[in-house]
Ligand binder design. Structure first.
Ligand code: SF4
Length: 69
């Protein structure tokens, strides 16, 4: 895997989630309560893309949730 100044390829939703948790001083509950709706990351802060409306089976949802942990 390519290394770019110590960074490696990662899922962008996971990167955004991590950034939001950092922005909220590590408090997960504060990420959900974030009121900065003008922030470009706001729609993605919970590790999901709300613009993708894909139907998934319960098994697929559980697998996706495990990947985001
Ligand atoms: S959406 Fe923006 S302001 Fe809100 S927690 Fe994430 S980075 Fe911080």
């Amino acid at each position: 895997m390519e290394d770019l100044h110590g960074h490696t390829k990662k899922p962008l939703l996971k990167v955004i989630r991590k950034k939001c948790i950092d922005c909220c001083a590590g408090k997960y509950s504060e990420v959900q309560k974030c009121a900065a709706k003008d922030c470009d990351l706001w729609p993605y802060r919970m590790g999901k893309n709300p613009f993708h409306k894909r139907k998934m089976t319960n098994e697929q949802k559980q697998a996706a949730a495990q990947r985001l942990k």
